[in-house]
Design a protein. Sequence first.
Lengths: 411, 411, 326, 326
Amino acid sequence: MTVDSSAASEPRRSAAGKAGTTGSKTGTKRTTRTTSRSTTRAATGSGTRTSTDPELVQLLTPEGKRVKNAEYDAYVAGITPEELRGLYRDMVLTRRFDAEATALQRQGELGLWASLLGQEAAQIGSGRATREDDYVFPTYREHGVAWCRGVDPTNLLGMFRGVNHGGWDPNSNNFHLYTIVIGSQTLHATGYAMGVAKDGADSAVIAYFGDGASSQGDVAESFTFSAVYNAPVVFFCQNNQWAISEPTEKQTRVPLYQRAQGFGFPGVRVDGNDVLACLAVTRWALERARSGEGPTLVEAFTYRMGAHTTSDDPTRYRGDEERLAWEAKDPILRLRRYLEASNHTDDGFFAELEAESEALGKRVREAVRAMPDPDKFAIFENVYADGHALVDEERAQFAAYQASFADVEGV
Amino acid sequence: MTVDSSAASEPRRSAAGKAGTTGSKTGTKRTTRTTSRSTTRAATGSGTRTSTDPELVQLLTPEGKRVKNAEYDAYVAGITPEELRGLYRDMVLTRRFDAEATALQRQGELGLWASLLGQEAAQIGSGRATREDDYVFPTYREHGVAWCRGVDPTNLLGMFRGVNHGGWDPNSNNFHLYTIVIGSQTLHATGYAMGVAKDGADSAVIAYFGDGASSQGDVAESFTFSAVYNAPVVFFCQNNQWAISEPTEKQTRVPLYQRAQGFGFPGVRVDGNDVLACLAVTRWALERARSGEGPTLVEAFTYRMGAHTTSDDPTRYRGDEERLAWEAKDPILRLRRYLEASNHTDDGFFAELEAESEALGKRVREAVRAMPDPDKFAIFENVYADGHALVDEERAQFAAYQASFADVEGV
Amino acid sequence: MAAEKMALAKAINESLRRALDSDPKVLVMGEDVGKLGGVFRVTDGLQKDFGDSRVIDTPLAESGIVGTAIGLALRGYRPVVEIQFDGFVFPAYDQIVTQLAKMHARSLGKVKMPVVVRIPYGGGIGAVEHHSESPESLFAHVAGLKVVSPSNASDAYWMMQQAIQSDDPVIYFEPKRRYWDKGEVNTEAIPGPLHKARVVREGTDLTLVAYGPMVKLCQEAADAAAEEGKSLEVLDLRSVSPMDFDSIQASVEKTRRLVVVHEAPVFFGSGAEIAARITERCFYHLEAPVLRVGGYHAPYPPARLEDEYLPGLDRVLDAVDRALAY
Amino acid sequence: MAAEKMALAKAINESLRRALDSDPKVLVMGEDVGKLGGVFRVTDGLQKDFGDSRVIDTPLAESGIVGTAIGLALRGYRPVVEIQFDGFVFPAYDQIVTQLAKMHARSLGKVKMPVVVRIPYGGGIGAVEHHSESPESLFAHVAGLKVVSPSNASDAYWMMQQAIQSDDPVIYFEPKRRYWDKGEVNTEAIPGPLHKARVVREGTDLTLVAYGPMVKLCQEAADAAAEEGKSLEVLDLRSVSPMDFDSIQASVEKTRRLVVVHEAPVFFGSGAEIAARITERCFYHLEAPVLRVGGYHAPYPPARLEDEYLPGLDRVLDAVDRALAY
Ligand SMILES: Cc1ncc(C[n+]2csc(CCOP(=O)(O)OP(=O)(O)O)c2C)c(N)n1
Ligand SMILES: Cc1ncc(C[n+]2csc(CCOP(=O)(O)OP(=O)(O)O)c2C)c(N)n1
Ligand SMILES: [Mg+2]
Ligand SMILES: [Mg+2]
């Protein structure tokens, strides 16, 4: 039994292939619809958020009932039970990995961890929509997307352990390094997408960011550049309701997906706890990018179930009720209910997954504990690609200084 | 006969007073309308600008015919012939001042000049909509707005002559210094407006910026802040079709006024060469701000008739036809036709204005030529409000160094 | 309760509280400064007591935070803005150096910019990237800004009071790894002017100059050196711009040797300016070149390497020995 | 046509043309660089010849320009971006110091950032605010960036070739007031490595160090001093990061006196780093402290005052006299 993420990559490719064959021009109509209601809101002039959420794309209800959606059903029409089980497995293993990392932080093995708990559907659904040649620009919380891209999860832990600032080769899996400074990567994604277009390739690019990030000037500039150059990029905003202690109302007074329209491309809100809907909507958006229709904004409406990071104490700024309400919409439970009701699974599947889960946890634990501290001289490595006289000088001084201790110890 | 701008300030106050009494809630409906059509455009996914302009608010046709507008007529309903003549006078004198400054640059009296030629209606219309207690944040081209605010036009010339970086007290006329770095002032305006709201005042703030500036992250952030805090600010974008050599398509693929909606406040496009429409729409927007309805974006659709600045050579990037087409929509000619058709003027008015114009030109010429170079020690003045030891030290060294020449000369 | 022992972070909290209390124009703004009380709890309880129109959770946009603070200052407010971590100040850098720093001069003195920018800075807390930088040079080079950094609770309290009272923009660098260090704070007696250095410890053989987090290290180094019979004078600079060169000069004229210690990279760091100026002022007094101990010309490394990157006791003592060997 | 006399701006234009021609991955991006050919005509004719997908007029957003250039570099392109004037680089500062500079190290060398950021800089052209600044210190302090500035047409040509070929981000400061100065450019012979200083004029009594626009001034100063019988050596640094300290040291060991000249403010400027390091390296050789001539700690003044603010012949000679008087 394999417990690395590459085992999960099969459904991704085949599914994406199918999506590519379905129509892609339906977006035009939808945007019109979703934004027309926003207009009313926008024009009220009120700074407060109303409690009713605007319509979002949902294919699975919280109870696990499959609901029809005329516009997006096509994007998951051919999905097989095996693929559905694959999505379930991805979410379960991702959550398990995440829990393990949180535990490792508590044990002092990691300095920090940013949990994705609650956001599995948004990440697995969108991640599985990507094609191998697509390029992903994550924030610092996209462990589920990394999983879909085949990045070994233990690689994600290096920066949180403090042994590096990013432990994987972005080009091996077309999964860029985590970006901590909020919003910056949306411009990198846009530039990358401009390059894709220049190359005449039909790959797409997807940039992840948060509700908080939506306020950064860089994100707006990436909207402008991508629209002006019609770059094949999908902006995937996980609105998990919180930016550390700040609720989304501190960033915007209208639903975030509406932001796109004023830049000249469509925005859509999807139920971020519905993995099927996330898969469908992201496939649609990526398809638009591929076929030359330019950027799209997808707002995945979800919830950060845990703390912002292990350093955070959410009890200081939010109540339990909110969390409880969202627990009822749990992404994993929802798909499980659907799978069970559809008889797509049996007890063996769940038992095997549980074992796989345990094995993954164990592998992660062992890998982290075995992760060595970097060599001291790593400080001076890779500062430049072509070298720099001062770095050489300082490295030499450092070596001499280190050697002076060796001398002392040698005495 | 006075030739300073304060003489023109009377119509402003009285007119604004009237506007304040008309209804202010009509904006909601309009935005809905203007943005719903934008949606269609936005969703086409095309990166190219269509040649048909979206509907804009117009009260005077290029031929000077007054056309009805159900939503905005109310804002200029009570306007008197005298006030109309005032607007005309403002535009003529502003254009004259501007031409004089351009000439002075050619003569070497100024290092640079940024001409407003063609944008008189946008500036006078919006400027005259402001109330004395409102606060204005200009770019570097708002000579017409400065005029409306009562800033002595000769004060504007200091920075273009190179004797200072801003020659007026912003608080004397609630007219901030020119801001050269594109877009920055929109945040200052937003912060100022947040302060107005905190103070419980019913003043409003207006921030000017260009079509090019709309791409800057700071402008987007000012939209976010103003929306979230519901700040009483009007964003007045003069879309003069060009950002130096770049046409507006290089900044956006949909009309700029639509940008606002995604941030949760209304945007409207007004004929920027129609002074009456600019007055009405800006009054409406300022009224919204005053009455707690938050920010508004006004896009004044106009044209930069001249070069970007005296350093620029527009023949390198645009043809004459475009200019000729816009000349037919000249803001001054348009109002003159209307005034004449309405019998609001006689030959005496024009003759007197011509004389006033001449006198203004003369005064500006003389003032500039008499403008002394700053004292050398001005370098060290006002770097800090509370002083700084290093500045004191360098000033003293500079003084000693200067004195050493005096010694030599003294010998 | 004139004098009380409190942690450095708490001293800043108390100082902000006092400012909010005594001047209705003082505002506190930033990400998570309100309900959460800041990720380091420096603004803990302030929103509860002064309301959310005085203690303001802002959108997540640093340029917007500083840009709107400028506008609020133009309206007569005195905003104290927080940048959550050192590495996140750069989105606001344009507004700080182009607008905040220059507005007073641009207006020929007509408008004032009483804005304090609080930046928790420096390393030593085992954090991830962008959470441990020391960018003070990048602000000190810019005319129009004042740059200060307290090293202890009392200074943290009083320098904040003075920064808020200043009509100039002050970049207030908080030594985050010292947030929990306790010290006596006398809330009634102003210790002295904001930009004056303080002799922390007298000595005769060599002067150690530092500010912020490195002052404590230099004190420890002086202790260690004393055991070897070397008498080090320790100067807490407190202010990076303006810099109290007179006090450094006075010390160096006595000790004739100078070592500067800061976390920021040495190349184009504060040590360069100090070395250049003090060498000019004390050319005939110096028995050794001014030596600098600081970060390397490399991005701040991952946490497991920061002890190698940061100046530590041994590196300071090594520089002391080298200076004394001349 | 191996060697040809051309203006410095034209030399950059030719160099960009050659790069665009020889490497399809090279792009030119910026505001007005396309149809207009740049406000200084440095990119004149390039869009016409290489098309608007190679020579790209961008939206007016500096952070976006650098941020998308980073993305293009990740895709394998080699963007040369223009910042229209020195004072407008700050909106891009975050992307430059936080992303562009650090991406190579962050990825443990897996991705390269071959991006050139062209910045016309410095004063002396009678411009309005923000058009005359010299912010090189603010980039040199940041590890991961290389910072260069040519002083003449030949260097402008070749250093641009080398900057584009470099796999590291290079901040390429163009001395805008020298754009129209003509010089011989041999397009076939590389004069030497990008980061090596060049002795412009040999001398024995004192070394003048400069780069970019101030090299010419230092040559004039050396001429004037020669008439008074003083022999000055003039060194063109060419590169601010890395800095060729070896060449400075070699010169100072000979002349024993050093004056550094730059337009940027002295406080925390290049001169500080040079003074600190050379004093350390040449402590027993120096007969006088390293003196610095540069801008004052004040915003760049209005044009009518810039001659007082900028280092001029007299101020350089005054410093030379002071150094020689020790
Ligand atoms: C420019 C910048 N400012 C501040 C921070 C500190 N910070 C880290 S995460 C975060 C909140 C981000 O919220 P959001 O974008 O909603 O993403 P989420 O953490 O909810 O996934 C903040 C303020 C940062 N990383 N970068
Ligand atoms: C941040 C910044 N980048 C570049 C410039 C150089 N610049 C001055 S004006 C201008 C064009 C501005 O166009 P727009 O906003 O449309 O205003 P307009 O000049 O047309 O009134 C540019 C690029 C600048 N002043 N600031
Ligand atoms: Mg969030
Ligand atoms: Mg324009």
